[in-house]
Ligand binder design. Structure first.
Ligand SMILES: Cc1cc2nc3c(=O)[nH]c(=O)nc-3n(C[C@H](O)[C@H](O)[C@H](O)COP(=O)(O)OP(=O)(O)OC[C@H]3O[C@@H](n4cnc5c(N)ncnc54)[C@H](O)[C@@H]3O)c2cc1C
Length: 387
């Protein structure tokens, strides 16, 4: 097993690092605290082609390998995890359109999405259903050449900036099992009846908006049914979860790296009892724990990504990476806070932001309890083999 980057991956990571250190790190804490939208950073993401990382080259995308894909989320989250949110559901949506869309949908949407000229996200969750997506209540009733959509979506990242949004609906609410009546509609967000009804307050993950969306008699042309056939929406949405989980694993590694960097730096600078606190074994043990778990999370993430690059289904591998890396980010940010003493609790240090951003990694793209059930299912069915 070889964890060496290719020359191309190495150059790409170096370019990402330079960009993050120059454009994101210096402004992250201040902009996060003020609640300001990172417009200038979005322009850089656009210029670097990062809105097209999952889009095939024929539509103007970068079509990154999965290891490079995770590096985007790792490096950006080392600077500010909220920025990774701007790219996350956008690139997931592009991936679904590229994989499941009709030729017309791909040609119409992907070039603009890959260029960042059009923005997107993913609209699955509802106030009454997140994990249990078959329990959604949004419906789309066929009326001639259009669907009439009604319902409410919640926690939708990028809602205020999306030009087009894949929205999961029931095109046939009577079928059993329910997923056979579920479809994804690529809704033009300027359509009458589509309203971003409110921004949701949240612990962290600032910089990108998370919103509730109200859909009232929204008329959607039938040509905007993803893939052109009803009843495939849930599978289309779930098919993106593998890459979604690699994205979250990458973000978690980035948060942990930032916590480690800050803790190491602080431990060498801060003195107590006449010497740097790094001299105390209790601090050294914490640093060793963070570094060990960081490296394990990183290798597990690259391993899962490289398995995906080898063309395998990686439900178990991506689930393990997401689960382990996100729990690591939560623990590491708290341990790094302890190393900082009182300053770790101060908004003048980066640690409190990392501590607020980390828990989302255990929730998004499937909660960690669901990850454990996914892993167990693979083990029990024999599709996931360990050893
Ligand atoms: C900041 C943020 C951004 C988000 N962005 C988006 C987005 O862009 N688009 C989108 O569609 N969604 C988004 N989400 C929603 C997110 O995907 C859901 O919150 C997540 O899937 C969990 O769903 P839920 O909140 O309804 O929790 P629930 O499904 O109600 O889960 C509650 C608890 O029950 C447990 N549970 C549920 N079912 C089972 C089971 N079968 N077995 C064991 N335990 C179970 C869960 O693990 C959890 O602990 C976002 C959420 C947040 C917080």
């Amino acid at each position: 097993m070889d964890f060496t980057f290719t020359e191309e991956q190495q150059d790409f990571r170096d370019a990402l690092r330079r960009f993050v250190d120059r454009e994101i790190v210096p402004v992250a804490s201040e902009w996060e605290r003020s609640g300001r939208y990172p417009t200038e950073i979005v322009e850089h993401l656009r210029a670097m082609g990062l809105f097209g990382i999952t889009t095939p080259e024929q539509y103007g995308g970068l079509a990154l390998d999965m290891v490079s894909f995770t590096l985007v989320y790792e490096e950006i989250s080392r600077g500010w995890m909220g920025i990774a949110g701007i790219l996350g559901s956008h690139n997931l949506s592009c991936w679904m359109i590229a994989r499941h869309g009709t030729d017309e949908q791909k040609q119409r949407l992907l070039p603009k999405l890959a260029a960042g000229e059009f923005r997107t996200g993913v609209g699955l969750t509802e106030p009454g259903a997140g994990t249990d997506l078959q329990g959604i209540r949004s419906t789309a009733r066929r009326d001639g050449d259009e669907y009439v959509v009604n319902g409410t979506k919640t926690w939708i990242t990028n809602a205020r900036h999306a030009d087009v949004l894949p929205v999961l609906v029931k095109t046939d609410p009577t079928t059993s099992p329910a997923h056979k009546g579920m479809s994804l509609l690529l809704i033009d967000t300027t359509s009458p009846g589509f309203e971003v009804s409110r921004d949701l307050g949240k612990l962290g993950y600032k910089g990108t908006e998370s919103c509730e969306i109200s859909l009232q008699d929204v008329r959607v042309p039938v040509q905007d049914l993803l893939g052109g056939a009803e009843g495939r929406g849930l599978q289309q949405a779930l098919s993106g979860l593998e890459i979604g989980r690699l994205n979250i694993a990458g973000r978690s590694v980035g948060i942990t790296q930032a916590a480690y960097d800050a803790a190491l730096r602080y431990a060498k600078e801060r003195t107590a009892f006449g010497r740097p606190i790094a001299d105390f074994q209790a601090i050294q043990l914490k640093l060793a724990d963070i570094a060990t778990q960081l490296q394990a999370a990183r290798l597990m993430t690259y391993w899962a990504a490289s398995q995906a690059d080898a063309g395998r289904r990686v439900d178990m591998e991506a689930g393990m990476a997401k689960y382990f890396a996100s729990e690591t980010a939560i623990t590491a940010s708290l341990e790094a806070m302890r190393i900082h003493g009182g300053y770790g609790y101060s908004t003048e240090f980066v640690i409190e932001r990392l501590y607020r951003d980390a828990p989302l990694m255990a929730i998004g793209e499937g909660t960690n309890d669901i990850m454990r059930t996914v892993i167990a299912k693979a083990l029990l069915s024999g599709s996931g083999v360990i050893g």
